[in-house]
Design a protein around this ligand. Structure first.
Ligand code: PLP
Length: 500
């Protein structure tokens, strides 16, 4: 990386004036960095997916103390060389086409441009009045997205149904949406005269850890193992919540004088992508219990009609979320959250001090997104989502998802046909969970060998087999922006080689 002619920080002023970068210098560096980002992405094909030094490597490459004077802590040439060298040499390259770990964290050039514009404007959209465009672009984009994934109109601002209380927002993460949904449920319980101190919450034992964390933050659990108010429900052989067991747990709690208040169904669990049945859950749910749907990763597949079976029964849900930042081409962070009862949400989270009062809020004529989240301030995330939605269009987004699902189906076929590997869980969309027929040690050995090669990256989980024994399982999550069938074929060839 060569950057020529940049004059450091241009520190020619007196000490009393901060050495701001001039617009011209910003333009030059900005153009340079856009080129650098494009080159980084283009170079990922040839780069090891992960290669880091031992802990402390990056710390050792930075001065322990920040210098007093601007420019002495590093010229721009030095800082960019640090990014190009030390930083990129100590990363797990999530945008590599051969990254198959965890769930993907999609980036796309339209979304990166959206992030740049958002940073350039740097408005705080906490209230409608503090930047109407930030609020209204977000309202429109969440309505578009609701329509795109087949949510009922009751979750939108445009067609909010009889009660007129639907709508969506963009949160940072699914974990935040889970927490605000739980708080809204608790608020609604309180308003209906229930004892919120007796509130109980439910999710499957395969639900994401953020459910238990939300319960801890909301004061319903003292720690991750406190089950006095949190029930993790048993699952069937395909790792889906057992709705009858949920019904039994709810009834037992009611008999014990507790008040069931919130259930989280998962559409695409983290370990295996299993899908809880909303229809079955609705069957056992007493009226008034808030049903939240966490579709963090798998929600992206709903852009294709053939996958909408996964949200059959969503009419009963009170809130839904999924992360376009996982598999729908929108840079981190972007979690879409919808509710059909924004009144309960806003009442649970609204505190209005004098300094935030304004005529639009007082008139009740606007959406103030600060009331939909824990912090006050909020980023203009909707721009990157709008760029993605308009750039790719409905068909482009469907093509993105379908190509990955086809590649996952190909991998599943290979696994099923091989004597060496077996599927550890049914495939739903693009996550393939597999293990070595020989057992856990062999699976672990293969995973460590393929990851050590630097050519691919996969992660693992533990899943019960048919007899209930927990097995060590490799998770191959196919969903990277640049990931194609050819990369999955490379992964499979490497797995077979390492299993020999
Ligand atoms: N829910 C599910 C099903 C997930 O798989 C994940 C993360 O992978 C989360 C929630 C948490 O996502 P976030 O990092 O957006 O909070």
């Amino acid at each position: 990386m060569v950057l020529s002619g940049v004059s450091g920080v241009g520190y020619a002023w007196g000490m009393s004036i901060p050495p701001h970068m001039s617009p011209d210098e910003f333009r030059r560096l900005g153009h340079f960095l856009i080129d650098w980002i494009a080159d980084y992405h283009a170079g990922l094909k040839a780069r090891a997916v992960q290669s880091f030094g031992p802990p402390g490597t990056v710390l050792a490459a930075m001065p322990q103390r920040l210098a007093e004077e601007a420019g002495t802590a590093g010229t721009w040439e030095e800082m960019l060389a640090f990014v190009d060298g030390t930083v990129t040499n100590n990363l797990l390259h999530w945008q590599s086409p051969r990254f198959f770990g965890y769930f993907p964290c999609n980036a796309s050039f339209p979304a990166i441009l959206g992030e740049i514009v958002s940073a350039g404007l740097n408005v705080n959209g906490m209230l409608w009045a503090t930047s109407p465009a930030a609020t209204e672009v977000e309202m429109r984009c969440t309505d578009w997205m609701a329509d795109l994934i087949g949510l009922p109109g009751e979750f939108t601002f445009e067609n909010p149904g009889a009660n007129g209380l639907g709508g969506g927002c963009i949160a940072g993460t699914a974990s935040e949406s889970t927490l605000v949904s739980l708080l809204a449920a608790r608020g609604r319980m309180r308003e209906s005269g229930c004892d919120v101190h007796a509130m109980t919450v439910y999710a499957s034992r395969h639900a994401h850890s953020s459910i238990v964390k939300a319960a801890m933050v909301a004061g319903l659990a003292d720690g991750p193992d406190d089950r006095r108010r949190v029930r993790l429900i048993e699952c069937d052989d395909a790792h889906r919540m057992d709705a009858d067991a949920l019904g039994r747990a709810i009834r037992a709690d009611m008999v014990a004088g507790l008040v069931p208040g919130w259930v989280c169904a998962t559409i695409g669990t983290t370990s295996s992508e299993s899908v809880d049945s909303l229809v079955e859950i609705a069957r056992v749910l007493p009226e008034g219990v808030w049903l939240h749907v966490d579709a963090a990763f798998t929600g992206a597949a709903l852009v294709c009609e053939e996958h909408r079976w996964m949200i059959e029964g969503v009419e009963r849900a009170d809130s839904v979320c999924f992360n376009p930042h996982k598999w729908l081409l929108t840079n981190f962070d972007c979690d879409c959250f919808w509710t059909r009862d924004r009144a309960s949400l806003v009442r649970a989270l609204s505190v209005l001090p004098d300094y935030l009062r304004n005529s639009a809020t007082d008139a009740g004529a606007v959406v103030d997104y600060r009331d939909w989240q824990i912090p006050l301030g909020r980023r203009f995330r909707a721009l990157k989502l709008m760029f993605v939605l308009r750039h790719y269009g409905r068909e482009g987004l469907r093509a993105h998802v379908r190509a990955h699902i086809a590649a996952a189906a190909w991998l599943e076929q290979q696994v099923r046909a091989s004597g060496r590997f077996e599927m550890a869980s049914p495939r739903v969309t693009s996550l393939v969970c597999l293990c070595c027929a020989e057992g856990d040690d062999a699976t672990r050995r293969v995973m460590e060998a393929i990851n050590a090669s630097g050519k691919v990256f996969v992660s693992h989980t533990m899943l019960p087999d048919g007899s209930g024994r927990e097995r060590f399982v490799m998770r191959v999550a196919i969903g990277g922006t640049a990931t194609r069938l050819e990369h999955v074929k490379e992964l499979w060839a490497l797995m077979c080689e390492c299993a020999r």
